[in-house]
Design a protein around this ligand. Structure first.
Ligand code: ADP
Ligand code: MG
Ligand code: ZN
Length: 628
């Protein structure tokens, strides 16, 4: 929420009104300024005369047409401090004035000003005035173009929730690892800078470009960079902001946005999360949403409305291109699509280089090590990683960011917050066997990724973790690799069984089993890696309301379904037997490693490998996917 003066005024309005009420009430009860002369104690007239005789009275102020006096007196009975005492005077007391004069006491009579009349007049005028101006303010505010909370009054005219940045201050150099997307936009930048060169030959530049990619891959950043490179203003709004309580608001907001954009052309209009408004229309699930459809229609109308070369380029971003209304993708609208993906190794390295520029990173750390350890990280994750590391380093009062902080931050991003280690107990022992089970199989199987470390320090949901260093190329995975992953994932449970017996196995393996089942099923139905043969049996369909992977089209008979289940079962059973076998064969070294792990809490990959090398003659490879 932005704080503006109007906001402050609006919120303080009730306070002002209440204050005036109280204030007014206070004034009317105040006949005159007698109350200003605070006199808490009172005394009788007789006692006042006694005080006078004692010589204790120093000053008398007469109020209320001579009916009341405030007496300032000092004496031993009064604690030798000047006290103000209120005295009701009799209607006729001529001797008093003489007495006071004789004793040379300060005397002052205060005329009855009757200020109350004046004040109540002002109050009576002031309050309605305030009310009227307050209401006027309220209405003016709701009509204005300022965002803010409590917009229920704003339905008539839309307050545009779009932001405008005259200069984004971001250039292409700040965006790394998505070079193809940058290249696509190079042309857009040229157009914004020198439209003549295009119009001269009769070329039309696309009005709309759709950026498709998972969250955090730099879509917003890229759109800003285009505006920054071309040096044009950047208007942005998020699709979710269109979808409002009141029908018609979204549409009028779209109108407002394009009106402003036209006034400021050439410029970039950026619509984030366009899927919030741009979903396929008329799909019955969940009921129609008139508001959304109206907003979408307005958007389409606006985009059709401006001719190709007005200098407005609409960039929309989404991570759900599959659910977009086809009308949005028609020529003349978002007919160009640029996808940005989670960066690969090279991309990650480039992004790390951008974000490492303003950070002090230890000279011994090569960014490529970090890039290698962070597959699946988006640009935002990487930026966050370096920032977290910097915070950690600062907390430890280090001069530079070391590998230690980076390791801790990666682990935290991947597996969640670190918990406190368990005390040595049977369940700690069981967890240790479970993790060593994963780790030893990961180390002994040739096709498996190498172990990076094993730890009993809990993180997130996991009570122990085995980390593997991912291979460089994750795109093509062989059958043997998948099988070794299944065996490795079953290694935890297998160790529990072998060491503690069937009755003692725990729920700790549930996540492993989920992964195992999914891998085995995909082998059968997607990758054609089973006895059923090279068939694709599962077709992922895009359901605009359930998400991409929520529903699968089953294009096979019941007979095949049974076969699939059988094949999945066979694969898992075989792998399980293999896992149990490896555990049994290496029981001695496993027992040793468990003791070591309980003692040290963490064993890193190299040490792990060296210990195993000493016990077996199976060749061991060098050693991110953590397995819990
Ligand atoms: P998206 O809009 O795709 O969800 P953002 O553009 O908002 O992602 O990215 C969030 C932040 O992550 C950016 O401000 C930037 O710091 C960082 N980031 C993401 N992608 C990149 C990239 N390709 N190059 C450099 N920084 C990136
Ligand atoms: Mg974004
Ligand atoms: Zn496990």
């Amino acid at each position: 929420m932005k704080i503006s003066w109007k906001n402050i005024l609006l919120w303080s309005l009730p306070i002002i009104v209440i204050t005036v009420f109280i204030w007014q009430g206070f004034l009317t009860s105040t006949n005159n300024d007698i109350n200003n002369n605070i006199a808490n104690s009172r005394m009788t007239y007789g006692r006042f005369l006694e005080y006078l005789d004692m010589g204790w009275v120093k000053r008398v102020d007469i109020y209320d047409n001579g009916h009341t006096a405030i007496v300032e007196a000092i004496g031993p009975e009064l604690g030798n401090r000047i006290q103000k005492i209120r005295v009701e005077l009799p209607a006729n007391a001529p001797e008093l004035i003489t007495k006071l004069r004789n004793q040379n006491i300060d005397l002052d009579a205060h005329p009855n000003k009757n200020t109350s009349a004046v004040w109540s007049l002002i109050g009576n005028l002031f309050f309605p005035l305030l009310l009227v101006s307050g209401l006027a303010l309220l209405f003016r505010r709701s009509g204005s173009s300022n965002g803010g909370p409590g917009q229920a009054m704003a339905f008539g005219k839309s307050k545009a929730l779009f932001q405008m940045e005259v200069k984004t201050g971001i250039v292409f150099e700040d965006v790394a690892g998505i070079d193809e997307a940058k290249e696509e936009f190079q042309e857009v930048v040229t157009f914004l800078k020198q439209p003549e060169s295009f119009t001269a030959v009769g070329a039309k530049i696309p009005k709309g470009v759709l950026l498709i990619g998972p969250p955090g891959t730099g879509k917003t950043l890229l759109a800003k960079a285009i505006a920054g490179e071309a040096n044009v203003p950047f208007f942005s709004i998020s699709g979710s902001e269109f979808v409002e309580m009141f029908v018609g608001v979204g549409a009028s907001r779209v109108r407002d946005l394009f009106k402003k954009a036209k006034e400021n052309a050439p410029c970039i209009v950026f619509i984030d999360e366009i899927d919030a408004v741009g979903r396929q229309r008329g799909t019955g699930i969940g009921g129609g949403n008139d508001e959304r459809e109206q907003t979408l229609n307005q958007l389409l109308t606006e985009m059709d409305g401006f001719e190709g070369n007005t200098g407005i380029i609409v960039i929309a971003a989404t991570n759900r291109a599959d659910i977009l209304d086809s009308a949005l993708l028609r020529p003349g609208r978002f007919d160009r699509q640029v996808s940005v993906n989670v960066p690969d190794f090279k991309g990650r390295l480039a992004i790390l280089q951008v974000h490492a520029k303003n950070k002090k990173i230890d000279k011994n750390i090569s960014l490529s090590i970090i890039a290698r350890r962070t597959p699946g990280f988006s640009g935002a994750d990487l930026a966050n990683l370096l920032n977290e590391s910097a915070i950690l380093a600062a907390r430890k009062r280090k001069e530079t960011i070391t590998l230690q902080e980076i390791d801790a931050s990666i682990d935290r991003v991947v597996a969640g917050m670190e918990g406190t280690p368990l005390v040595d107990s049977k369940s700690k022992r069981l967890i240790a066997y479970h993790e060593i089970g994963h780790a030893i199989i990961g180390t002994l199987l040739k096709e498996h990724e190498p172990v990076q470390k094993v730890t009993l320090i809990p993180r997130g949901q996991a009570r122990g973790l085995t980390w593997f260093t991912p291979s460089d190329d994750q795109t093509l995975i062989s059958r043997a690799q998948i099988l070794s992953r299944i065996i490795g994932a079953l290694g935890g449970r297998a160790a529990e069984e072998v060491v503690f017996g069937d009755a003692e196995v725990t729920t700790g393996a549930s996540n492993d089993l989920q992964q195992v089942t999914s891998m085995a099923r995909q082998m059968v139905t997607k990758f054609g890696m089973s006895d059923i043969g090279p068939l694709c049996l599962e077709n992922e369909t895009a359901n605009p309301f359930l998400g991409r992977n929520m529903s699968t089209n089953m294009e096979y008979s019941d007979e095949i379904a049974t076969k699939i289940d059988n094949q999945v079962k066979q694969i898992i059973e075989k792998c399980h037997l293999e896992a149990v076998k490896i555990i049994k064969e290496n029981r001695v070294i496993i027992d040793y490693l468990v003791d070591l792990l309980i003692e040290k809490e963490t064993i890193d990959g190299k040490e792990f490998k060296d210990i195993i090398k000493g016990y077996t003659n199976i060749p061991v490879k060098n050693g991110f996917s953590p397995t819990s």
